[in-house]
Design a protein around this ligand. Structure first.
Ligand SMILES: Nc1ncnc2c1ncn2[C@@H]1O[C@H](COP(=O)(O)OP(=O)(O)OP(=O)(O)O)[C@@H](O)[C@H]1O
Length: 593
């Protein structure tokens, strides 16, 4: 059985490889060629839409860009199709960068609308330029050859198409399991957290946008070699919608879903093209209507597509194995310069935040010195979380100054503040639910690594990955969560999720740790353990700013406490001073009890 499990995938791959040598009808080879080319585009959408959350209807236009570039270069200037491939990718990168710059800062429905706009305009350009042969397109592309082998014809191209498609799948899979990949996986719903870990989320939006465009253009190049001609219709908006449809049907967040989606849509569409006109007695693009209905049903009943069902079935044969723990011998990550004990670390000076007429933080000032644990307390709505967000750069202040390690940081993006050594957790836990605890914590080490997307895709980043995972495990062990490192973060209870956030923040190697209600949701024993960890961190020289409602926890842990009420600092002092203060009693008793 064990043997069979190992042999089966290899046998499947072998069958795929030798298929064109077997007496398989040309029709099926052609189908498989289309599936491979469509899967390549759909793979880009897995990255862009499924993982990154950026919906694009415009991928067909990039397919067209790849196809037209090689067609023009080979038919008008007689250049080799290989030059066409390189030029097509280069032009696509330039166009994608310009479009990304123009559109990727848009939010909500504006981005999909923008993708429709450029899909239409690129398609009209193809159809109206004399130079591109207008709607007739360009014919007579020269045949492709590789190392003296003639690759014209479906059977000959089959190998190239599938090698490229599978290599692309391998690259995308590698990318998603890497330092940049973890940042990319944060794009869909966890951007605030990723930015606080030092990630430029805009940069990664551009990266996946360009990558998806390059995959589409490569598919277009293959398409042009396959057809030996190009015209605008296969690159129209309708096809852009179909590519998205393939990604959704297959399983928009999964690499193999791209292949399943491409296969299922292509095969169903072909059947419908024959069946529907026969049933309805007239010809027309009726299959689009059926596909549209299927899409709506899928989005309602199986929004994650078909792949999760297939995966569940496959898991019986190939159970999921935890990530191998291969980082034991990895070198530790570099540490930052730490402030000297007693050094002024954080200086908050008359910080103010207004939301319209509401003054959420009203000219609040306080300081933290290196090695201190400072508590920020106050009744609900006092402005504690807002103060946190202002200090860490998640919100910009209306007025006032924040200096960190002697440098002004007001107005800086949170990722730039993170770079200087401030790290935080969130009142409402922010994580990537479908990543393991270990991977979530490793995202905290983002700034301590440097591997880019290219290295990750080629899997040249393994040494750095081992160092990052070793650090992540160390931090998890520190807060007593090493046993849960292979669990999916979304499956944890709220308490452990909060602890995981602390481990992630520690993974940044901070000089100042900002903890927003770290003990909420923890059991008594867990709270005690957390208190011990924080004391230990303090002994190691770390400074902590802590928002917390559990008074016993705060009083037993902090050196100083800042009390806020209605956005204003009520008093500041040692825990004993604060406990003895009649104002504080009034604030709490008056509002909470
Ligand atoms: N984005 C926002 N827009 C408008 N008002 C806001 C916004 N964020 C916070 N507020 C308001 O600012 C005030 C302070 O909120 P904040 O969340 O900072 O309080 P808090 O002390 O952290 O409270 P809690 O302990 O309940 O978390 C509240 O009145 C809140 O409604």
């Amino acid at each position: 059985m064990q043997m069979l499990r190992k042999i089966l995938p290899a046998a499947g791959l072998l069958l795929l490889a030798v298929l064109p040598l077997l007496p398989v009808p040309e029709f099926w080879i052609t189908q498989l060629n289309y599936i491979g080319m469509f899967a390549l585009v759909s793979l880009g959408l897995v990255l862009l839409t499924g993982v990154g959350g950026l919906t694009s209807f415009g991928q067909a236009a990039f397919v067209g860009l790849g196809a037209y570039t090689t067609a023009v270069l080979s038919t008008r200037w007689g250049l080799s199709p290989w030059v066409g491939l390189v030029a097509g990718i280069a032009i696509t990168i330039v166009v994608a960068l310009i479009l990304a710059w123009l559109t990727l800062r848009m939010s909500g429905h504006y981005l999909p609308l923008a993708t429709i706009a450029w899909a239409l305009s690129l398609n009209y350009t193809m159809g109206n330029m004399e130079f591109l042969g207008k709607y007739d397109g360009l014919q007579g592309l020269p045949s492709l050859s590789l190392l003296g082998m003639d690759l014209s014809g479906g059977r000959a191209l089959y190998g190239l198409i599938w090698v490229i498609a599978l290599l692309a799948a391998w690259g995308v899979k590698n990318l998603l399991d890497s330092r940049p990949g973890r940042a990319i996986r944060a794009l869909n719903g966890a951007t605030t957290m990723a930015e606080a870990m030092g990630v430029s989320t805009f940069r990664y939006k551009v990266v996946i946008f360009v990558l998806a465009a390059v995959l589409a253009a490569t598919s277009g190049w293959l398409y042009a070699q396959f057809q030996r001609s190009v015209n605008p219709s296969p690159f129209a908006l309708k096809m852009g919608i179909e590519y998205l449809f393939m990604a959704v049907v297959g399983g928009v967040g999964t690499v193999w879903g791209a292949f399943v989606g491409a296969g299922v849509v292509k095969l169903i569409e072909d059947q419908l093209k024959e069946l529907l006109p026969a049933l309805l007695g007239s010809s027309g693009n009726y299959e689009i209507i059926v596909l549209g209905v299927v899409l709506v049903l899928m989005l309602k009943y199986a929004p994650k597509g078909l792949w999760p069902f297939i995966e569940t079935a496959l898991r019986r044969w190939w159970p999921a194995v935890p990530r191998p723990r291969d980082w034991e011998g990895a070198a530790p990550l570099p540490l930052r310069d730490k402030p000297a004990p007693g050094e002024l670390l954080l200086d908050v000076d008359r910080l103010r935040k207004q939301f319209g007429g509401l003054v959420a933080v009203n000219d609040v000032s306080f300081q933290i010195r290196a090695g201190q644990i400072v508590g920020l307390i106050g009744p609900n709505g006092a402005g504690k979380s807002t103060t946190f967000n202002l200090v860490s750069g998640v919100l910009s202040s209306t007025s006032g100054q924040v200096s960190f390690r002697g440098q002004p940081v007001s107005g800086l993006a949170s990722r730039l503040i993170a770079r200087r050594g401030m790290s935080r957790t969130f009142q409402h836990v922010k994580m990537i639910a479908d990543m393991t605890v270990l991977e979530n914590v490793a995202l905290g080490g983002y700034l301590r690594g440097s591997s880019g997307s290219m290295r990750a895709m080629l899997r040249l980043d393994r040494q750095e990955e081992q160092r990052l995972f070793k650090e992540a495990e160390t931090q998890l062990r520190r807060i007593g969560m090493a046993e849960q490192m292979h669990e999916l973060a979304g499956n944890l209870a709220l308490g452990p999720q909060r602890l995981m956030e602390i481990a992630r923040a520690l993974c940044t190697d901070p000089a100042l740790l900002l903890l927003d209600e770290p003990a909420a949701g923890l059991r008594h024993k867990e709270k005690q353990a957390l208190g011990d960890v924080l004391r230990q961190l303090k002994q190691e020289g770390l400074s902590i700013l802590l928002v917390e409602h559990d008074m016993d926890f705060v009083m037993g842990l902090t050196d100083r406490i800042v009390v806020m009420e209605f956005g204003t600092k009520l008093i500041e002092g040692t825990p004993a001073e604060v406990q003895a203060s009649p104002e504080v009693r009034a604030a709490y008793l008056g509002t909470e009890h």
